[in-house]
Design a protein around this ligand. Sequence first.
Ligand SMILES: Nc1ncnc2c1ncn2[C@@H]1O[C@H](COP(=O)(O)OP(=O)(O)O)[C@@H](O)[C@H]1O
Ligand SMILES: [Mg+2]
Length: 339
Amino acid sequence: MNSVGAAVLAESRFRLLGKSSAICEVRERIRKLARSEAPVAIVGESGSGKELAARDLHAHSARASHPFVAVNCGAIPEALMESEFFGHRRGAFTGAHEDRGGFFQAAHRGTLFLDEIAELSLPMQVKLLRAIQEHRVRRLGAQSEDAVDVRVISATNQNLSAAVQSGQFRQDLYYRLQVIELRMPALRERREDIPLLCEAILARLFNGERRPELSQAALVRLCEHDFPGNVRELENILERAVALVSHSLIEEKDLYFELPGTQAQTVQAPPDPCGLGAATPALLQAFSLPEHLANVERELVTRALKQGHFNRRRVAALLGISLRQLRYRMQRLAIHDLD
Ligand SMILES: Nc1ncnc2c1ncn2[C@@H]1O[C@H](COP(=O)(O)OP(=O)(O)O)[C@@H](O)[C@H]1O
Ligand SMILES: [Mg+2]
């Protein structure tokens, strides 16, 4: 059995792979935290495994046989927020054709994972705090409340205490969520895990089939890289390399250290994204306006992401849109690097 196989078996109930002391400590803490019911706040950079850690925490807890519900707080339009979280009664608003539970009801007896918690508006923070304190939620349009039993795990890659200082995040909710903090190390803080992660990612991509190997130079290059996008970035680089190489060895030249989609998009989209005159044949064949606009949008967003060095606030500012709009667009355009 190879080293990854052994590591996976030894930690069979953990999906967070790695042999570094940093990741071993995280797994040990998760094991302990799983025994408690206390809220856990997971902090760490984008792609560092916060959601995976939350899933492992749930899987090791007494709630494991009940649902794990993951919510990206930054991707829900404000107008739908309350109904998404707490549900609604039939007829509560136009389009509410039936009674529906929200995330809280769906996660009953399980775990509710609130990702990008810093993105919640202040009015929503008040409602969330109340739901967490009272263990009850009221569906939109309902007279009575539903009892809900959920363990809340939250995550953010922002500095929440700074958001409290500046008045963007409520202190009472902060203390409620931040009872225990779990910090996910960045991949560059545990470089020794990179070879093992490469092996595991390639194994997953090829699912038992004979898979290409990484050349020694390619592996060295990967081990030197700083990975601002962490494990997700590593996954993207490898996924792209295997899509492009035709032989069984991935070499250094096959690794592209930039956002996936950028290269493909520069082929598909015009160099001047707003000038139809520069449209490529592919675009001229397709006169679909939504498709063209989506291409233009994708091109601009990926360019801004590169230029803004993964800093979402900077990227949103470059594009002249709000952080929420950036998230929403990235989700719609299936650009996955920062969420
Ligand atoms: N320690 C790890 N072992 C294996 N895969 C990992 C690890 N950390 C992250 N990943 C993978 O990297 C990607 C990003 O992880 P995710 O939990 O979504 O990060 P975050 O929520 O911090 O942005 C996912 O595909 C996840 O499976
Ligand atoms: Mg995430």
